[in-house]
Design a protein around this ligand. Sequence first.
Ligand SMILES: CC(C)(COP(=O)(O)OP(=O)(O)OC[C@H]1O[C@@H](n2cnc3c(N)ncnc32)[C@H](O)[C@@H]1OP(=O)(O)O)[C@@H](O)C(=O)NCCC(=O)NCCS
Length: 348
Amino acid sequence: MRSKIAGIGYYVPGNVFTNQDLTKYMDTSDEWIQERTGIKERRYADRTGETTTTMGVEAAAIAIERAGITPQDIDFIVFATLSPDYYFPGCGVLLQRAMKMKEIGALDVRNQCSGFVYALSVADQFVRSGMYKNVLVVGREKHSFGLDFSTRGRNISVIFGDGAGAVVLQPTTDENRGILSTHLHSDGESAEILAMYNPGTHANHWNETKYADFDNAEMGEMFMSHEMIDHAQNFPYMDGQAVFKKAVVKFPEVIAEALSANNLTSADINMLIPHQANLRISQYVQHKLQLRDDQVYNNIQKYGNTTAASIPIALCEAWEQGKIKEGDLVCLAAFGSGFTWASALLRW
Ligand SMILES: CC(C)(COP(=O)(O)OP(=O)(O)OC[C@H]1O[C@@H](n2cnc3c(N)ncnc32)[C@H](O)[C@@H]1OP(=O)(O)O)[C@@H](O)C(=O)NCCC(=O)NCCS
Protein backbone atom coordinates (compact mmCIF):
# COMPACT_ATOMS: atom_id res chain seq x y z
CA MET A 1 0.00 0.00 0.00
CA ARG A 2 1.14 3.51 -0.83
CA SER A 3 -0.15 6.93 0.08
CA LYS A 4 -1.40 9.40 -2.52
CA ILE A 5 -2.18 13.09 -2.43
CA ALA A 6 -5.99 13.05 -2.49
CA GLY A 7 -6.45 16.79 -2.05
CA ILE A 8 -4.27 19.88 -2.12
CA GLY A 9 -4.79 23.55 -1.31
CA TYR A 10 -2.90 26.75 -0.60
CA TYR A 11 -3.52 30.16 0.84
CA VAL A 12 -1.53 33.36 0.58
CA PRO A 13 -2.54 36.61 2.28
CA GLY A 14 -3.98 39.38 0.11
CA ASN A 15 -1.42 41.96 1.23
CA VAL A 16 1.20 42.25 -1.57
CA PHE A 17 4.54 43.80 -0.58
CA THR A 18 6.80 44.70 -3.51
CA ASN A 19 10.58 45.18 -3.37
CA GLN A 20 9.89 48.88 -3.80
CA ASP A 21 7.66 48.80 -0.70
CA LEU A 22 10.59 47.44 1.34
CA THR A 23 12.75 50.43 0.43
CA LYS A 24 10.57 52.50 2.80
CA TYR A 25 12.01 50.56 5.75
CA MET A 26 15.57 49.60 4.73
CA ASP A 27 18.38 50.49 2.37
CA THR A 28 17.71 48.08 -0.48
CA SER A 29 16.53 48.13 -4.08
CA ASP A 30 14.29 46.23 -6.45
CA GLU A 31 17.32 45.65 -8.66
CA TRP A 32 19.44 44.11 -5.86
CA ILE A 33 16.68 41.81 -4.67
CA GLN A 34 15.69 40.60 -8.13
CA GLU A 35 19.25 40.08 -9.26
CA ARG A 36 20.31 38.05 -6.19
CA THR A 37 17.07 36.17 -5.42
CA GLY A 38 14.60 36.50 -8.32
CA ILE A 39 11.97 37.83 -5.90
CA LYS A 40 9.70 40.66 -7.09
CA GLU A 41 7.11 40.67 -4.32
CA ARG A 42 5.86 38.65 -1.37
CA ARG A 43 2.68 38.45 0.72
CA TYR A 44 2.42 39.52 4.35
CA ALA A 45 -0.33 38.32 6.63
CA ASP A 46 -2.69 40.78 8.24
CA ARG A 47 -0.82 41.84 11.37
CA THR A 48 -3.50 40.88 13.86
CA GLY A 49 -6.21 39.21 11.77
CA GLU A 50 -4.15 36.28 10.53
CA THR A 51 -1.80 33.83 12.21
CA THR A 52 0.25 30.90 11.00
CA THR A 53 -2.60 28.63 12.09
CA THR A 54 -5.44 30.61 10.50
CA MET A 55 -3.59 30.63 7.17
CA GLY A 56 -3.09 26.89 7.53
CA VAL A 57 -6.79 26.44 8.18
CA GLU A 58 -7.59 28.22 4.88
CA ALA A 59 -5.24 25.94 2.93
CA ALA A 60 -6.34 22.81 4.79
CA ALA A 61 -10.04 23.52 4.15
CA ILE A 62 -9.39 23.52 0.39
CA ALA A 63 -7.27 20.35 0.52
CA ILE A 64 -9.88 18.55 2.63
CA GLU A 65 -12.73 19.54 0.33
CA ARG A 66 -10.78 18.47 -2.75
CA ALA A 67 -10.14 15.09 -1.10
CA GLY A 68 -13.92 14.71 -0.87
CA ILE A 69 -13.96 14.48 2.93
CA THR A 70 -14.71 16.74 5.91
CA PRO A 71 -12.42 17.93 8.73
CA GLN A 72 -14.05 15.33 10.98
CA ASP A 73 -12.70 12.57 8.70
CA ILE A 74 -9.06 13.57 9.32
CA ASP A 75 -7.25 10.92 11.41
CA PHE A 76 -3.98 12.72 12.08
CA ILE A 77 -2.34 16.12 11.58
CA VAL A 78 1.30 16.74 10.73
CA PHE A 79 2.07 20.44 10.87
CA ALA A 80 5.34 22.02 9.75
CA THR A 81 6.32 25.59 10.61
CA LEU A 82 9.16 27.63 12.08
CA SER A 83 6.87 30.54 12.94
CA PRO A 84 4.27 29.05 15.30
CA ASP A 85 1.48 31.04 16.94
CA TYR A 86 2.87 30.09 20.36
CA TYR A 87 6.32 28.86 21.44
CA PHE A 88 4.25 25.97 22.78
CA PRO A 89 1.81 24.32 22.26
CA GLY A 90 2.35 23.82 18.55
CA CYS A 91 0.04 24.88 15.77
CA GLY A 92 -1.29 21.35 15.20
CA VAL A 93 -3.64 21.54 18.16
CA LEU A 94 -4.76 25.06 17.23
CA LEU A 95 -5.71 23.79 13.79
CA GLN A 96 -7.48 20.77 15.32
CA ARG A 97 -9.51 23.20 17.45
CA ALA A 98 -10.18 25.71 14.69
CA MET A 99 -11.40 23.03 12.27
CA LYS A 100 -13.46 21.25 14.95
CA MET A 101 -11.72 17.95 14.27
CA LYS A 102 -12.03 14.86 16.43
CA GLU A 103 -9.55 14.28 19.29
CA ILE A 104 -6.96 13.05 16.82
CA GLY A 105 -3.19 13.18 17.12
CA ALA A 106 -1.49 16.42 16.11
CA LEU A 107 2.26 16.45 15.49
CA ASP A 108 4.36 19.56 14.92
CA VAL A 109 7.47 19.31 12.73
CA ARG A 110 10.29 21.84 13.17
CA ASN A 111 12.44 21.39 10.11
CA GLN A 112 12.25 24.84 8.61
CA CYS A 113 12.62 24.82 4.80
CA SER A 114 12.57 21.03 4.53
CA GLY A 115 9.66 20.88 7.01
CA PHE A 116 7.01 20.03 4.45
CA VAL A 117 8.92 17.11 2.92
CA TYR A 118 9.74 15.79 6.40
CA ALA A 119 6.07 16.13 7.38
CA LEU A 120 4.98 14.40 4.17
CA SER A 121 7.37 11.55 4.88
CA VAL A 122 6.01 11.09 8.42
CA ALA A 123 2.44 11.12 7.11
CA ASP A 124 3.39 8.68 4.35
CA GLN A 125 4.66 6.14 6.91
CA PHE A 126 1.40 6.33 8.90
CA VAL A 127 -0.67 5.72 5.75
CA ARG A 128 1.59 2.96 4.40
CA SER A 129 1.48 1.11 7.69
CA GLY A 130 -2.32 1.16 7.57
CA MET A 131 -2.57 3.13 10.81
CA TYR A 132 -4.40 6.15 9.36
CA LYS A 133 -6.58 6.72 6.28
CA ASN A 134 -6.79 10.52 6.07
CA VAL A 135 -3.69 12.39 7.17
CA LEU A 136 -3.52 16.17 6.86
CA VAL A 137 -0.07 17.61 6.15
CA VAL A 138 0.31 21.36 6.47
CA GLY A 139 3.24 23.71 5.87
CA ARG A 140 2.83 27.38 6.70
CA GLU A 141 4.63 30.46 7.91
CA LYS A 142 4.02 33.97 9.17
CA HIS A 143 7.55 35.28 8.75
CA SER A 144 6.54 38.92 8.60
CA PHE A 145 6.11 38.98 12.38
CA GLY A 146 9.66 38.03 13.30
CA LEU A 147 11.93 39.76 10.78
CA ASP A 148 14.21 42.75 11.23
CA PHE A 149 12.88 45.31 8.76
CA SER A 150 15.74 47.74 9.36
CA THR A 151 18.80 47.84 7.08
CA ARG A 152 20.58 45.63 9.62
CA GLY A 153 18.31 42.69 8.72
CA ARG A 154 18.00 43.29 4.98
CA ASN A 155 19.93 40.22 3.79
CA ILE A 156 17.22 38.03 5.39
CA SER A 157 14.06 40.12 5.49
CA VAL A 158 13.82 40.68 1.75
CA ILE A 159 13.78 36.93 1.11
CA PHE A 160 10.91 35.68 3.24
CA GLY A 161 7.14 35.81 2.77
CA ASP A 162 3.98 34.46 4.40
CA GLY A 163 1.68 31.70 3.19
CA ALA A 164 0.34 28.20 3.68
CA GLY A 165 -0.14 24.96 1.80
CA ALA A 166 -1.74 21.64 2.72
CA VAL A 167 -2.32 18.15 1.37
CA VAL A 168 -4.48 15.22 2.43
CA LEU A 169 -2.82 11.81 2.12
CA GLN A 170 -4.95 8.71 1.63
CA PRO A 171 -4.02 5.09 0.96
CA THR A 172 -3.99 3.70 -2.57
CA THR A 173 -3.37 0.24 -3.98
CA ASP A 174 -2.96 1.68 -7.48
CA GLU A 175 0.58 0.72 -8.50
CA ASN A 176 0.82 3.73 -10.78
CA ARG A 177 0.01 6.39 -8.20
CA GLY A 178 1.27 7.78 -4.97
CA ILE A 179 4.43 8.56 -3.07
CA LEU A 180 7.21 6.29 -4.34
CA SER A 181 9.82 7.21 -1.74
CA THR A 182 11.04 9.94 0.59
CA HIS A 183 14.63 10.71 1.60
CA LEU A 184 15.57 12.71 4.69
CA HIS A 185 18.97 14.05 5.78
CA SER A 186 20.62 16.34 8.29
CA ASP A 187 24.04 17.72 9.18
CA GLY A 188 24.08 19.79 12.36
CA GLU A 189 27.67 20.89 11.87
CA SER A 190 26.46 24.24 10.53
CA ALA A 191 23.36 24.60 12.70
CA GLU A 192 24.21 28.21 13.62
CA ILE A 193 24.68 29.40 10.02
CA LEU A 194 20.94 29.83 9.46
CA ALA A 195 19.21 30.10 12.79
CA MET A 196 17.18 32.08 15.26
CA TYR A 197 19.03 31.66 18.55
CA ASN A 198 16.67 33.47 20.87
CA PRO A 199 14.44 32.87 22.70
CA GLY A 200 16.09 29.58 23.60
CA THR A 201 17.88 27.63 26.31
CA HIS A 202 21.34 27.55 24.69
CA ALA A 203 22.96 29.88 27.29
CA ASN A 204 25.80 30.50 24.78
CA HIS A 205 26.83 26.86 25.25
CA TRP A 206 27.48 25.78 21.67
CA ASN A 207 29.84 28.31 20.28
CA GLU A 208 32.48 30.84 21.25
CA THR A 209 30.30 33.46 19.65
CA LYS A 210 27.99 35.08 22.14
CA TYR A 211 24.48 34.67 20.77
CA ALA A 212 22.66 36.12 23.75
CA ASP A 213 23.15 38.72 26.45
CA PHE A 214 21.34 37.99 29.68
CA ASP A 215 20.03 39.97 32.59
CA ASN A 216 22.12 39.64 35.73
CA ALA A 217 19.32 37.83 37.52
CA GLU A 218 20.18 34.90 39.76
CA MET A 219 17.31 32.84 38.41
CA GLY A 220 15.35 32.85 35.17
CA GLU A 221 15.43 35.70 32.63
CA MET A 222 17.86 33.83 30.37
CA PHE A 223 15.27 32.60 27.91
CA MET A 224 14.31 36.09 26.82
CA SER A 225 16.01 39.14 28.33
CA HIS A 226 15.85 42.89 27.87
CA GLU A 227 19.48 42.77 26.73
CA MET A 228 18.65 40.43 23.88
CA ILE A 229 16.07 42.86 22.59
CA ASP A 230 18.37 45.87 23.11
CA HIS A 231 21.11 44.10 21.10
CA ALA A 232 18.74 42.87 18.36
CA GLN A 233 19.44 39.22 19.22
CA ASN A 234 15.81 38.26 18.69
CA PHE A 235 16.01 38.05 14.89
CA PRO A 236 17.08 35.24 12.56
CA TYR A 237 20.71 35.05 11.43
CA MET A 238 21.90 33.79 8.04
CA ASP A 239 25.27 33.50 6.35
CA GLY A 240 23.73 33.64 2.89
CA GLN A 241 26.78 32.59 0.91
CA ALA A 242 27.45 29.54 3.09
CA VAL A 243 23.81 28.49 2.74
CA PHE A 244 23.94 28.99 -1.02
CA LYS A 245 27.10 26.88 -1.38
CA LYS A 246 25.71 23.95 0.59
CA ALA A 247 22.26 24.14 -1.03
CA VAL A 248 23.57 23.81 -4.58
CA VAL A 249 25.35 20.59 -3.59
CA LYS A 250 22.61 18.99 -1.48
CA PHE A 251 19.61 19.75 -3.74
CA PRO A 252 20.97 17.78 -6.74
CA GLU A 253 22.34 15.07 -4.44
CA VAL A 254 19.03 14.33 -2.72
CA ILE A 255 17.11 14.43 -6.03
CA ALA A 256 19.61 11.97 -7.55
CA GLU A 257 19.15 9.75 -4.49
CA ALA A 258 15.37 9.65 -5.01
CA LEU A 259 15.71 8.91 -8.72
CA SER A 260 18.27 6.18 -8.17
CA ALA A 261 16.14 4.53 -5.45
CA ASN A 262 13.39 4.16 -8.06
CA ASN A 263 15.61 3.27 -11.04
CA LEU A 264 14.72 6.52 -12.76
CA THR A 265 16.73 9.39 -14.26
CA SER A 266 16.19 13.14 -14.32
CA ALA A 267 14.81 12.78 -17.87
CA ASP A 268 11.85 10.90 -16.32
CA ILE A 269 10.84 13.87 -14.14
CA ASN A 270 7.71 15.62 -15.42
CA MET A 271 7.82 18.29 -12.73
CA LEU A 272 10.42 19.25 -10.16
CA ILE A 273 9.11 21.41 -7.33
CA PRO A 274 12.17 22.74 -5.53
CA HIS A 275 11.74 24.51 -2.22
CA GLN A 276 11.60 28.17 -3.21
CA ALA A 277 14.75 29.29 -1.40
CA ASN A 278 16.20 31.50 -4.09
CA LEU A 279 15.56 31.51 -7.85
CA ARG A 280 19.32 31.33 -8.47
CA ILE A 281 19.52 28.08 -6.49
CA SER A 282 16.59 26.58 -8.43
CA GLN A 283 18.16 27.60 -11.73
CA TYR A 284 21.46 26.06 -10.71
CA VAL A 285 19.73 22.79 -9.79
CA GLN A 286 17.79 22.80 -13.07
CA HIS A 287 21.00 23.28 -15.01
CA LYS A 288 22.86 20.60 -13.05
CA LEU A 289 20.09 18.04 -13.68
CA GLN A 290 19.75 19.19 -17.30
CA LEU A 291 16.02 19.83 -16.95
CA ARG A 292 13.98 21.92 -19.40
CA ASP A 293 12.04 24.96 -18.19
CA ASP A 294 8.76 23.04 -18.38
CA GLN A 295 10.14 20.40 -15.98
CA VAL A 296 10.65 22.87 -13.11
CA TYR A 297 8.12 25.09 -11.35
CA ASN A 298 9.15 28.31 -9.59
CA ASN A 299 6.95 30.96 -8.02
CA ILE A 300 9.40 32.64 -5.63
CA GLN A 301 9.06 35.75 -7.83
CA LYS A 302 5.53 36.28 -6.41
CA TYR A 303 5.76 34.92 -2.88
CA GLY A 304 9.39 35.02 -1.72
CA ASN A 305 10.64 32.12 0.39
CA THR A 306 7.69 30.82 2.41
CA THR A 307 9.81 28.09 4.04
CA ALA A 308 7.60 25.12 5.09
CA ALA A 309 4.79 26.45 2.88
CA SER A 310 6.77 26.91 -0.32
CA ILE A 311 6.56 23.38 -1.72
CA PRO A 312 2.81 22.81 -1.18
CA ILE A 313 2.02 26.30 -2.53
CA ALA A 314 4.11 25.68 -5.66
CA LEU A 315 2.82 22.12 -6.08
CA CYS A 316 -0.78 23.30 -5.82
CA GLU A 317 -0.28 26.19 -8.23
CA ALA A 318 1.45 23.98 -10.80
CA TRP A 319 -1.38 21.45 -10.57
CA GLU A 320 -4.08 24.15 -10.80
CA GLN A 321 -2.38 25.53 -13.91
CA GLY A 322 -2.53 22.08 -15.54
CA LYS A 323 1.24 21.65 -15.41
CA ILE A 324 0.94 18.41 -13.43
CA LYS A 325 -1.31 15.67 -14.80
CA GLU A 326 -2.35 12.24 -13.64
CA GLY A 327 0.50 9.77 -13.92
CA ASP A 328 3.19 12.47 -13.99
CA LEU A 329 6.41 11.88 -12.07
CA VAL A 330 6.74 14.72 -9.58
CA CYS A 331 9.86 15.36 -7.52
CA LEU A 332 9.83 17.54 -4.40
CA ALA A 333 13.17 18.67 -2.97
CA ALA A 334 14.12 20.93 -0.09
CA PHE A 335 17.12 22.27 1.76
CA GLY A 336 17.33 24.60 4.72
CA SER A 337 18.31 25.49 8.25
CA GLY A 338 19.85 22.71 10.31
CA PHE A 339 21.11 21.91 7.77
CA THR A 340 18.36 19.52 6.80
CA TRP A 341 17.46 18.45 3.30
CA ALA A 342 14.97 16.02 1.80
CA SER A 343 13.26 14.78 -1.33
CA ALA A 344 10.11 12.92 -2.30
CA LEU A 345 9.23 11.26 -5.56
CA LEU A 346 5.60 10.67 -6.44
CA ARG A 347 3.31 9.62 -9.27
CA TRP A 348 0.48 12.12 -9.44
C1 LIG B 1 21.14 36.19 0.82
C2 LIG B 1 21.77 36.36 -0.54
C3 LIG B 1 20.72 36.77 -1.54
C4 LIG B 1 22.82 37.45 -0.44
O1 LIG B 1 23.49 37.57 -1.66
P1 LIG B 1 25.07 37.66 -1.68
O2 LIG B 1 25.46 37.81 -3.06
O3 LIG B 1 25.57 36.43 -0.95
O4 LIG B 1 25.32 38.97 -0.87
P2 LIG B 1 26.25 39.23 0.39
O5 LIG B 1 25.61 38.70 1.64
O6 LIG B 1 27.63 38.77 0.06
O7 LIG B 1 26.21 40.79 0.42
C5 LIG B 1 26.71 41.55 -0.65
C6 LIG B 1 26.44 43.00 -0.35
O8 LIG B 1 25.03 43.27 -0.47
C7 LIG B 1 24.55 43.89 0.72
N1 LIG B 1 23.18 43.47 0.94
C8 LIG B 1 22.71 42.42 1.66
N2 LIG B 1 21.37 42.40 1.61
C9 LIG B 1 20.98 43.45 0.84
C10 LIG B 1 19.74 43.93 0.44
N3 LIG B 1 18.59 43.33 0.79
N4 LIG B 1 19.71 45.01 -0.36
C11 LIG B 1 20.84 45.64 -0.73
N5 LIG B 1 22.07 45.22 -0.37
C12 LIG B 1 22.13 44.13 0.41
C13 LIG B 1 25.49 43.42 1.80
O9 LIG B 1 25.47 44.31 2.88
C14 LIG B 1 26.81 43.41 1.07
O10 LIG B 1 27.29 44.71 1.02
P3 LIG B 1 28.87 45.00 1.12
O11 LIG B 1 29.49 44.30 -0.05
O12 LIG B 1 28.94 46.49 1.04
O13 LIG B 1 29.30 44.44 2.42
C15 LIG B 1 22.42 35.04 -1.01
O14 LIG B 1 23.58 34.79 -0.26
C16 LIG B 1 21.49 33.88 -0.92
O15 LIG B 1 20.45 33.87 -1.54
N6 LIG B 1 21.88 32.84 -0.18
C17 LIG B 1 21.02 31.71 0.03
C18 LIG B 1 20.02 32.08 1.06
C19 LIG B 1 18.87 31.13 1.12
O16 LIG B 1 18.50 30.52 0.15
N7 LIG B 1 18.29 31.05 2.31
C20 LIG B 1 17.17 30.25 2.54
C21 LIG B 1 17.61 28.85 2.69
S1 LIG B 1 16.29 27.82 2.74
